[in-house]
Ligand binder design. Structure first.
Ligand SMILES: Cc1ncc(COP(=O)(O)O)c(C=O)c1O
Length: 362
């Protein structure tokens, strides 16, 4: 099976490679909010199909106004892009780092983009013995001879979080050493109290920082491809502006984004579900002596298999029989075939996963 090459949430590939009909897939690998997309977004799109015959506003003023109101960031410090993926690529291209340090184990896209631009990559590896908790002093000791630092917060796949205070200390330290910091907050909105961990206010105070967010996971719109970045460096803003595709966010997506962030009902419903399910999953996982799980902060759950002779691929293959897809961490640098990751889904789906795990681990 070629499942290790399938990106989480890619239902078409899962259907093709594993022969499960897409409506029957219980996808724990895509990290997407089980509450689905906001009904406001669906309505806005169906009522505004006519806008596909018009170019989007190249300044995306209404969209950026909506993001400014949602994040409390200055509209002039907001850029938008075709998913956070485009913004990761644009940031790296614009900065063209010679030597970047990435906090790992983590999402692979940062390394890919940096290497594509000819940069070298080194890693600050979170320690499993310390439950992947960030150690600020150790990290600061590794910040030399680099021009870029990349942090995913909360981190995919370990779900470790840096607090806003810790990030302030790191970004300020980096500034004094001419190091630019890119923080990917793709999973930040799943955290119970986002204000304790977000670096958005710092992005306005420090000109060596960009914070990236997407709408694929929390707002469950990966097909729309909408992401945004917050930064105060005029130099980086104009460099990104100069190299970006002028209309990379299409008109329908821009309309959707104008209403998405204001759906407080949907946001509150998601938070309530996440809080309940985090507790339930924590308790459920504690029952498996053969699994070690870590602190749950967002919607990501990382597990280490302690059962002799059982690999993440074995767990994957056993769960596929129940149409359940998890993410084996076999090809994630610094993890390996004794780790797997899944995301929090709806209660009945989480129950199905716990039940499936019981049959494998008993
Ligand atoms: C940490 C992280 N950043 C960025 C992305 C890409 O997100 P987007 O769909 O916004 O491009 C992903 C997707 O899995 C991710 O896990």
């Amino acid at each position: 099976m070629k499942y290790n090459t399938i990106h989480g949430g890619d239902l078409d590939s899962i259907e093709r490679e594993l022969g499960i009909r897409r409506e029957e897939i219980i996808d724990f690998s895509g990290n997407i909010n089980p509450c689905g997309a906001s009904p406001l977004v669906r309505d806005e799109i169906s009522k505004n199909t006519g806008c596909i015959s018009v170019y989007p506003d190249a300044q995306y003023l209404s969209l950026r106004t909506a993001i400014a109101s949602y994040t409390s960031a200055d509209i002039d410090n907001i850029i938008v892009g075709n998913g956070s993926t485009e913004l990761i690529g644009l940031t790296v291209k614009a900065l063209s780092p010679k030597r970047a340090l990435i906090v790992a184990p983590c999402y692979s896209e940062y390394e890919r983009e940096i290497k594509l631009c000819g940069g070298e990559v080194s890693y600050f590896v979170l320690s499993e013995e310390e439950d992947f908790a960030p150690n600020i002093d150790k990290l600061k000791n590794c910040i030399y001879n680099i021009d870029m630092l990349v942090i995913c917060n909360p981190n995919n796949p370990t779900d470790s979080v840096f607090t806003a205070e810790e990030l302030d200390e790191i970004v300020s330290f980096c500034r004094s050493r001419n190091v630019f910091v890119m923080i990917d907050e793709t999973y930040a909105e799943f955290v119970e109290n986002i204000s304790l961990i977000t670096a958005v206010p710092l992005a306005e105070a420090y000109d060596n920082l960009i914070v990236l967010r997407g709408t694929s996971k929390f707002f469950a719109c990966p097909g729309l491809r909408l992401g945004y970045g917050i930064l105060s460096s005029e130099k980086l803003k104009s460099h990104i502006d100069a190299i970006r595709d002028r209309w990379s966010v299409n008109s329908l997506t821009a309309r959707a984004g104008e209403v998405m962030f204001s759906d407080n009902n949907h946001i509150e419903k998601t938070h309530a579900l996440m809080k309940r399910e985090r507790e339930r999953l924590k308790a459920g996982l504690m029952e498996f002596e053969e699994l070690k799980s870590y602190r749950l902060n967002s919607n990501l759950v990382l597990c280490r298999i302690l059962k002799e002779g059982l690999s993440a691929d074995d767990v994957f293959n056993a769960l596929v029989k129940y149409n359940i897809i998890i993410r084996s961490c076999d090809n994630i640098r610094f993890l390996g075939n004794n780790f797997f990751r899944f995301c929090i889904l709806a209660p009945f789906q989480n129950d199905a996963l716990l039940k499936g795990l019981k049959t494998i681990l008993k």
